[in-house]
Design a protein around this ligand. Sequence first.
Ligand code: NI
Length: 420
Amino acid sequence: MILIKDVYVNGKRQDILIEGNKIKKIGEVKKDEVEDVEIIDGKKKIAIPGLINTHTHIPMTLFRGVADDLPLMEWLNNYIWPMEAKLNEKIVYWGTLLGCIEMIKSGTTTFNDMYFYLEGIAKAVDESGMRAVLAYGMIDLFDEERREKELKNAEKYIKYINELNNSRIIPALGPHAPYTCSKELLMKVNELAKKYNVMIHIHMNETLDEIKTVKEKTGMEPFVYLNSFGFFDNVNVIAAHCVHLTDEEIRIIKEKNINISHNPISNLKLASGISPIPKLLKEGINVTLGTDGCGSNNNLNLFEEIKITAILHKGVTLDPTVIKAETAFNFATKNGAKALNIKAGEIKEGYLADIVLINMDKPFLYPKENIMSHLVYAFNGFVDDVIIDGKIVMREGKILAVDEEKVYEKAEEMYEILRS
Ligand code: NI
């Protein structure tokens, strides 16, 4: 059992009792109510639900800074894809550990990933103590042979992750995007998602160029095209980016209950555009936040995404009320949990114990009155303690489960291999 004493949570000072991987009680907990308990003094701290990053490619931490200030296609074709060709399970493992350390330190407890060499990713996630939804990224480039290979891999990884039997690691399907995946592949993905009861994670409408490609090929916008063959029917989908959308596409997103992963920093950095989030909110669509990979962000600090989301759309719409602080914060917590179908994202009795503590003794968190405002507009993202699935994974800024120094050393070593 873990008892967080006298912490500021859900608007007041109280105790949080954790038993197993769940929050057992919030309120006053007397010492004689508990046995075998580890006590965390919460007096100077606030507790928030762990943040949920709904779109990323974690091993790309190793691509941080290798190619900035380029258009998406040039960035992918000339830099990212050639480096990705050199990857292997070992490189991916160390890149993922580096990403897990970064996420834990910045208050993220769950991430939704699409990448390759999932054995390496799953191993690192397991060791770090994080929670993750992992999908193998499928790209067939309309080639039948490649399609069969990709589908086989995807199915193999669902089985592999299921067999790990670790409740923190959840399998998913990751067809890359409508401009890199054939209709046949996408139709099969819908079938597999239903067969294995897993969600689908896909890039949608990231750039005008790619939308043009799909339109020229099919005569339809990407969401209309995918909807025309039932891709969204009876499955849970997270669509990343969704920068450029027609009204018809927004209608489909609403009707099919598609979750949006808003990635404002990646979209700004690659000059892809700005997603019409206020419009989606008006329709009651579930908006979540993602960082995307470190090649295009260049970090995994979801607090930056929260702040940018809260201010960006004010500037675009010239309306300061359009996304309030708490709304942006909910994107990264409650809404993310809803999209990934996990009982987290809120600090509530019976919910998963994914809890982040922040020491309030930081100059930018004074005066202490308006905490939600500070979290969204003032905080730098460096948190103090992190509990995931009822286990302490970071205590007073120190990562417990993995050797940080060794990960940094290995990250440099792996980077040398990638750029050689
Ligand atoms: Ni992406």
